[in-house]
Design a binder for this molecule. Structure first.
Ligand code: SAH
Length: 396
């Protein structure tokens, strides 16, 4: 019989677990029995011995245990993990038919803490960023191949979160063939090249698919500003939507080079697009000083707050760029503004944007809330997973 290691929680700290929240912070743990090591499975119990879940222990993370199963007869083993991966992929079957690129596994929302898998055509890209994901990597990769039918797997476990988890970065081909430098995908009829080796995250911001399509419907304007444009996903859709002039800014020369290619690969005249390699914070000030005005502005910055501990600094960053954006809008102009910071929730983001409008001296209304697409579900018991938040605002 393998020994059972246990994590026993302090009295009262079982409440979140009973609501099926999967994270146990170190301060909630009363005692560890059986000396679990990082990556070991533990039986999580309330102070009175009640079963709460099966989790995986980490000695390096602030989150001491992540729960992978709330069912007593379903402990963490290869069968449980394989079943969860099969379910995650089946859940996306309707989306799979329509897209060559999509997220197959979305971590906690699919009951697989720290496991992310994106599919780009004939390649899977995995990001394993929890002790459990790391220790079950072989089983996870086998199950992904078995249930997706895709045989090439590349690992991009190099996000900043890994450091917080005390894990070392791992990058490279884990199964099948090495990818070409870029992989072609199609999104809503447009062709994009995804650099899964050097691109951001797993290569492409799949989570913005629906919002890019929505921009297309709003883009019949004279002047559009696409800030943090990356490889031009919003810009391509803006051209398709009829924008007459687009200013697109990003600090990454590599991303901009691919963005330029995406415009021509999709058959658009590059004339209307002015590409600017610069820091958005600085360039927005310059545009203000030049008295430039736009009908539509997209602000899709990188993550400013990976966890709640960074929320205050991040809030200042969001306030700054949104205030400037509000000042650059023509009367009646619209702002599509996003935050992908897990540490800033929807209510706080809306409050920051309201404050920015007030300080910019504009009368703004909220037209719509935006979020990630259907392949990026959020578990009801884990609101922290709702990381991508967006608002469409219109000024008077
Ligand atoms: N809208 C894009 C995704 C944006 S990701 C899409 O739909 O594909 C965020 C982008 O911000 C990245 O391309 C990154 O290079 C860029 N970036 C990060 N910090 C920046 C800064 N201070 N100024 C300009 N660009 C920045």
């Amino acid at each position: 019989m393998p020994k059972i290691t246990r994590a026993i929680l302090k009295s009262g700290r079982e409440k979140a677990l009973l609501r099926r929240h999967p994270w146990i912070f170190s301060g909630a743990v009363l005692r560890l029995d059986g000396k679990p090591r990082t990556g070991d499975a533990v039986r999580v119990e309330a102070h009175d011995g009640r079963f709460l879940g099966w989790g995986i222990y980490s000695g390096s993370s602030q989150i001491s245990v992540r729960v992978w199963s709330f069912i007593e007869d379903a402990p963490i083993d290869a069968e449980l993990i394989t079943r969860k991966i099969a379910t995650a992929i089946q859940r996306r079957a309707p989306v799979l038919e329509n897209f060559t690129a999509l997220r197959l596994v979305n971590a906690e929302a699919d009951g697989l803490p720290g496991v992310i898998c994106d599919r780009y055509g004939n390649h899977l890209v995995v990001q394993l960023s929890s002790a459990g994901a790391d220790s079950w990597r072989e089983i996870i990769v086998d199950a992904l191949i078995q249930h997706s039918g895709v045989e090439n797997v590349y690992e991009r476990s190099d996000s900043e979160v890994l450091e917080l988890e005390g894990l070392t970065a791992r990058v490279g081909a884990v199964r099948g063939s090495m990818p070409n430098v870029t992989l072609p995908i199609e999104e809503a009829g447009f062709r994009f090249e995804v650099n899964i080796v050097d691109g951001h995250k797993t290569g492409f911001y799949l989570d913005q698919r629906d919002n890019r399509a929505l921009l297309r419907q709003l883009a019949a304007v004279d002047s559009l500003l696409d800030c943090f444009c990356y490889t031009g996903g919003f810009t391509v859709n803006a051209l398709a939507g009829g924008a007459k002039h687009i200013t697109a800014i990003d600090s990454s020369a590599d991303a901009l080079a691919l963005a330029v290619k995406h415009v021509s690969d999709n058959g658009f005249d590059p004339g209307p697009v002015e590409w600017i390699e610069d820091d958005v914070f600085k360039r927005l000030r310059k545009l203000r000083d030049q008295a430039r005005q736009f009908d539509l502005i997209v602000l899709d910055p990188p993550k400013f707050a990976p966890t709640a501990a960074y929320a205050e600094r991040a809030a200042r960053g969001y306030k700054d760029i949104n205030l400037l954006a509000f000042k650059l809008l023509n009367p009646g102009g619209k702002l599509l503004t996003f935050s992908c910071s897990g540490g800033i929730d929807r209510a706080l983001f809306q409050k920051i944007i309201a404050g920015a409008a007030l300080d910019a001296g504009v009368d703004a209304r909220l037209l719509r809330h935006l979020s990630a697409g259907i392949d990026h579900p959020v578990a009801m018991n884990f609101p922290e997973g709702d990381y991508l938040k967006g608002l469409i605002c219109q000024v008077a």
